[in-house]
Design a protein around this ligand. Structure first.
Ligand SMILES: CC(C)(COP(=O)(O)OP(=O)(O)OC[C@H]1O[C@@H](n2cnc3c(N)ncnc32)[C@H](O)[C@@H]1OP(=O)(O)O)[C@@H](O)C(=O)NCCC(=O)NCCS
Length: 192
């Protein structure tokens, strides 16, 4: 079978029609939008010591997560937030940066995407964990207002575990946002 025909068949298999609130929306699996993206790190990506800038890695994280959100929604999306980002090991010029991104959770108009970044030393084959990040994207309609995202079908035990963990992070995020809003409106009542 031709590759594009096979890809279309796989994408179709991972979609199913659901009826929610009178609106027919496509429920999609985690596998439907998952991506793996790779980039060779070049001199312009690095500092004079040959170590890749954190900002370059962050840009690739945002791009990979954005592809997942776009695939799931097939709509315009924006990055609403990026959770804490730790760099565990440096990446160097000549290394291959490998990003694995998949959808953990959908809310009403938002989605959490998890990204794991690994670095492959192309000469030795050694792979090291560089960073992991969780990003929240919001889908927008033509007027750039938040709009509903399709439901997410959880198929595997990994899907369900990541979904549970994402729910906990979402609760923390919402609590922090409420606290920040309170602090802006009542600075005196705010305790840090
Ligand atoms: C993200 C954005 C669309 C949210 O708009 P808003 O009017 O605050 O939307 P709402 O309060 O109705 O929230 C919409 C959803 O976004 C989520 N959300 C909003 N701000 C968030 C944040 N900082 N972190 C995580 N989620 C957030 C809400 O929880 C809600 O999720 P739900 O519908 O699944 O329950 C808006 O703030 C925006 O456009 N920001 C700029 C985005 C951008 O330009 N990004 C590129 C980087 S410069």
């Amino acid at each position: 079978m031709h590759r594009s025909v096979r890809t279309a068949a796989i994408l179709k298999k991972n979609m199913s029609e659901t009826q929610e609130s009178g609106i027919t929306r496509n429920s999609k699996t985690v596998a439907y939008s998952r991506v793996i993206m790779s980039h060779m790190m070049l001199p312009q990506d690095a500092n004079p010591a040959g170590i890749v800038h954190g900002g370059v890695v962050m840009k690739h994280i945002d791009d990979a997560a954005g592809v997942v959100a776009l695939r799931h929604t097939r709509a315009s999306v924006v990055t609403a937030s990026i959770d804490r980002l730790d760099f565990h090991n440096p990446a160097f010029i000549g290394n291959l940066l490998i990003l694995r991104a998949s959808l953990n959770l959908v809310g009403t108009t938002s989605m959490e995407v998890g990204v794991r970044v690994e670095t492959e030393d192309l000469k030795t084959g050694q792979i090291r964990h560089t960073a992991s990040a969780y990003l929240t994207f919001v889908a927008l309609d033509e007027a750039f207002r938040p709009c509903p995202v399709p439901p997410l079908t959880l198929e595997t035990e990994d899907d369900r575990r990541r979904n549970r963990q994402a729910r906990s992070r979402r609760e923390v995020r919402l609590a922090e946002k409420t606290q920040e809003t309170l602090c802006r409106s009542h600075p005196d009542a705010c305790v840090y």
